[in-house]
Design a protein around this ligand. Structure first.
Ligand code: PGA
Length: 892
């Protein structure tokens, strides 16, 4: 396919041409011509050369088989265009690296010591989750990554691959593979599949990327950087609404992660053995190294004068024994397993440090940098567990389980009927008592048995892999102190919470973390945390630990209160929590639960971190990375390094720079924002929750039911059978609005509120001075640019109640225009993205590819919903969902 000329990106042209050639060669000239006709008319229409009907005519002449081929063709073009853009850094932030952040801080008078002091206490963690928004199969992503590697060779002017193929032929071959690979998953996805996927990222991307990134940071800082950046994982531990996640998956993911990280260390030690051929005849070694070499009992006589190699043989044997002990498997290479397993990562690290110190004493320059430093760094970051696994469950489940335990133990027959004060008193009594609740003789429900099995498996895992393997227990739908105490009660059953003895505070080996996710819960969060710290034993526990995490949910607060109120409530929560933590003498660690789409907190992480309220980022931050975002940001070690560095430098700046606003402006802007948010909330709630028939309208105008059938995640699309919007998970909510190009969660209510506010001068002042409002509106602008209500209108006939459909759609359209007009007025633009030319070009390139997909989707939805049962119709719908999601670059 030839790419339209709006793009200046030569890679997009090149890959588009290759794809066109592949289609012609493999599927014939006739199909190529039909697809090309639709493409070129669509492009011409986007340029205003043709009228709207010309597209439909091209589509109508397609039979079902050709339709499927056309959708795949457009999907692949979008995928290749995304790849080309990612390579050219369209998505990357300018100046988002540590060196720039340090220079910026230095220019403001902050010296290196202040930076180092912050980094010593810092913790920055991207947490990978299985949220079902990645529509592409792993095989497709793998082909895509191979193309990216080949494109990098092509850039460097390399004509042949290492195996002797011409680079351009190899690219064409990969594109042909993409074209002939089934895009849809046929079988359902199991948690074990999700574990496979996350392990592939951890092993192939994070393991090599982090130590290399730290080597760069060590140079930028002129000192060894503290190991403040780690990786987190939810897959295998997040069981909120996913009955398939249980103690078994927890064991599986941790065992596989340990295998991966220990195999990596074995390989590293092996490579060091090849490298450190230093002879005692030519360099001195420390007595400690000599002892380590001696202890290795390496039978290799030829290496008598090579103590490093002998020492490393010993390390290897001990590591192999560790591998066997922890994973129950034989180590990957046939290895001597005679050594004694390392008790913990610290013991292994100590041996590596002995080697490093000896090198430093004997060989100066050899001791710095290089494989050994990277290996030590890897041990610091990954331990024996690779990524920290979080547990997550819904507060309602804990309430039921604790209720059942209390009832069986004869403590109280009906915990659910107690009020909050009674619950707190009772749970604290339980926590203070050394007695456990669970009895081997009681007959518990499956739910309770499963929850007990989880905490017990977590305790075993900590004993096996070290405390770093699981540290946090997130509680969805948290609203009260008792929600947190209930988790302590469960942890106590597994010995993970112990009452303090005498004056000593209690000990919690896993931190209970509330996830506040509705507007009301976000507003109450500071009160809940104040009450939490006010419990003397909890205050003491938190102070002894030094920090406490609070998680905030972007998607659910958006579904509850609309875009503006959601982002404002999240901002306010961070702002209002900061003094609560300060009073308690505990460092706050915010965990941002956000997805890729703007309605779920998407948008630039760099800008989002910088826009956090003053005092809410104190070097500690965790952020979920989900679905399609994982491949986009962490597809290769290089892109992972870029994105991780952006996250680290933004955190550094947000923690150390003086606030962007004076306290007076903060208060003035905050007052204005509170009023705007109130109006936006009213407008959004009125439409979504206060309009008769809205629920049906939503279910029919979007492909919601069809999205629920996609095989893209192991968890069910809904927690309950109810079709209330309140009960729908946030992902399908955002996902389906995006498909119909309405994208309501990214803007609805904002236009009404801004128009009603009226004070344009103040709004302009705010957007210019306040990173929070600037990034809020920038994200909304992107959504407005990707939405298209003229296309959405084609979905309208899918709604049975025509009168209601017209009325609701009319309100949506009017709301969109108000959002659009106010945004342009505030940002002084004449059209969307006027001030963001590269994003504008990127979106404009995609639009002509999305429109025919939308039109086809509507057609197929009509036929499907009318009862036509040709399986190609269902397949076409699912393919079109994939293709539109790929072209829009965020699913849900
Ligand atoms: P959750 O996630 O439903 O798992 O809480 C919501 C989201 O990420 O959109």
């Amino acid at each position: 396919m030839a790419a339209p000329s709006i793009t200046q990106n030569p890679d997009i042209r090149f890959l588009g041409r290759v794809l066109g050639d592949v289609i012609r060669e493999t599927s014939g000239e006739a199909l190529f011509r039909r697809i090309e006709y639709i493409r070129s008319t669509s492009v011409d229409r986007a340029r205003g050369i043709l009228s709207g009907d010309s597209i439909a005519s091209g589509l109508e002449s397609l039979g079902l088989d050709d339709m499927l081929a056309f959708v795949r063709g457009f999907m692949l073009f979008s995928m290749l265009a995304n790849l080309a853009e990612d390579r050219q850094g369209v998505a990357a932030e300018p100046e988002a690296d540590l060196a720039h952040a340090l220079a910026r801080l230095e220019a403001k008078g902050l010296d290196r010591a202040a930076v180092m002091a912050l980094l010593e206490r810092a913790l920055i963690v991207p947490v990978l989750t299985a949220h079902p928004t990645e529509v592409r199969r792993k095989s497709m992503i793998d082909h895509r990554n191979h193309i990216a590697e080949l494109m990098a060779l092509r850039d460097r002017g390399v004509a042949e691959t290492a195996s002797g193929d011409r680079v351009e032929d190899a690219i064409a071959r990969q594109v042909a593979l993409l074209w002939q690979t089934r895009a849809l998953r046929r079988e359902r996805l199991f948690v074990a599949d999700e574990i496979d996927t996350v392990l592939a990222y951890l092993r192939e991307v994070f393991l090599p990327a982090l130590p290399a990134l730290y080597a760069r940071w060590d140079r930028a800082l002129g000192a060894r950087a503290p190991s403040f950046l780690r990786v987190g994982n939810w897959i295998g531990g997040d069981r909120d609404g996913n009955p398939y996640v249980n103690a078994e998956t927890l064991r599986l993911v941790l065992a596989r992660a340990a295998e991966a990280v220990l195999a990596y260390y074995l390989e590293g030690v092996h490579e060091l053995g090849a490298e450190l051929s230093i002879s005692t005849e030519l360099a001195a070694v420390t007595p400690e190294l000599a002892a380590l070499a001696e202890a290795a009992q390496d039978p290799g006589r030829a290496r008598g004068d090579e103590p490093y190699r002998r020492a490393l043989t010993g390390l290897y044997a001990r590591l192999a024994a560790t591998y066997q002990a922890l994973t129950g498997q034989a180590p990957p290479r046939a290895a001597r397993v005679s050594g004694e397993p390392y008790a913990d990562p610290a013991a292994f690290r100590a041996d590596l440090v002995t080697i490093a110190q000896s090198l430093r004493a004997g060989a100066g320059a050899l001791a710095t940098g290089g494989k050994l430093s990277r290996l030590i760094r890897a041990v610091d970051c990954f331990g024996f567990h690779l990524a920290t696994l979080d547990l997550r469950q819904n507060a309602d489940v804990h309430e039921r389980v604790v209720g059942e335990l209390l009832a069986h133990a004869g403590v109280t027959p009906d915990y659910a009927t107690l009020d909050e004060a009674e619950r707190i008193a009772l749970l604290r009594r339980e926590l203070a008592s050394p007695r456990l609740l669970a009895s081997p003789f009681a007959r518990y429900s499956d739910e309770t048995l499963s929850e007990l099995a989880i905490v017990r498996a977590a305790a075993e895992a900590q004993a096996r892999y070290g405390a770093g393997c699981i540290q946090i227990y997130n509680i969805s739908k948290s609203e009260s102190v008792s929600d947190l105490l209930e988790v302590h009660v469960l942890l106590k059953e597994a010995g993970l919470y112990r009452p303090g003895e005498g004056e000593a505070p209690p000990e919690a080996r896993i931190m209970a973390v509330p996830l506040f996710e509705t507007i009301a819960d976000l507003q109450n969060a500071p009160d809940v945390m104040r009450a939490w710290f006010a419990l003397p034993e909890i205050g003491a526990l938190a102070r002894a630990r030094g920090h406490q995490e609070v998680m905030v949910g972007y998607s659910d607060s958006n579904k509850d209160g609309g875009y503006l109120t959601s982002v404002w409530s999240l901002h306010r929560a961070g702002q209002a929590l900061a003094p609560v933590f300060e009073e308690a003498g505990v460092t706050m660690q915010l965990f941002h639960g956000r997805g890729g789409a703007v309605g779920r907190g998407g948008g630039s992480s760099f800008a989002a971190i910088l826009a956090q309220p003053p005092g809410s980022v104190q070097g500690r931050i965790r952020i979920t990375e989900q679905g399609e975002v994982i491949a986009a940001k962490y597809g290769t070690p290089e892109s992972a390094a870029t994105n991780l560095e952006a996250m680290a430098s933004a955190t550094l700046l947000a923690s150390l720079e003086a606030p962007a606003l004076s306290a007076a402006d903060q208060a003035r802007f905050g007052d204005a924002m509170a009023r705007i948010s109130e109006a936006a909330f009213a407008s959004y709630r009125d439409l979504v929750y206060g309009t008769e028939g809205f629920r049906h309208f939503f279910r029919q105008i979007t492909p919601l039911p069809e999205i629920a059938g996609l095989k893209i995640g192991s968890r069910p699309a809904s927690r309950t059978k109810s079709d209330r919007i309140e009960d729908l998970r946030a992902i399908p909510w955002v996902f389906s609005w995006a498909q119909a190009r309405i994208m309501l969660p990214g803007w609805y209510g904002v236009g009404d509120a801004l128009a009603a506010f009226g004070d344009m001068a103040l709004l302009r002042e705010m957007v210019e001075a306040w990173p929070f409002l600037a990034s809020t509106l920038a994200n909304m602008e992107m959504v407005l640019a990707k939405s298209d209500l003229a296309i959405a209108e084609h979905y309208l006939p899918l709604v049975e109640d025509r009168a209601a459909a017209e009325a609701i759609f009319g309100r949506i359209k009017a709301g969109w225009s108000r959002a659009h007009d106010s945004l342009l007025a505030i940002t002084r633009q004449t059209r969307l993205l006027e001030k963001h030319p590269s994003l504008d070009a990127s979106i404009r390139l995609r639009l002509p590819y999305i429109e025919p997909l939308n039109l086809l989707q509507v057609e197929l939805l009509k036929r499907h919903r009318a009862g036509e049962d040709d399986p190609r119709i269902r397949e076409g719908i699912e393919l079109s969902i994939n293709a539109i999601a790929t072209a829009l670059r965020n699913s849900g």
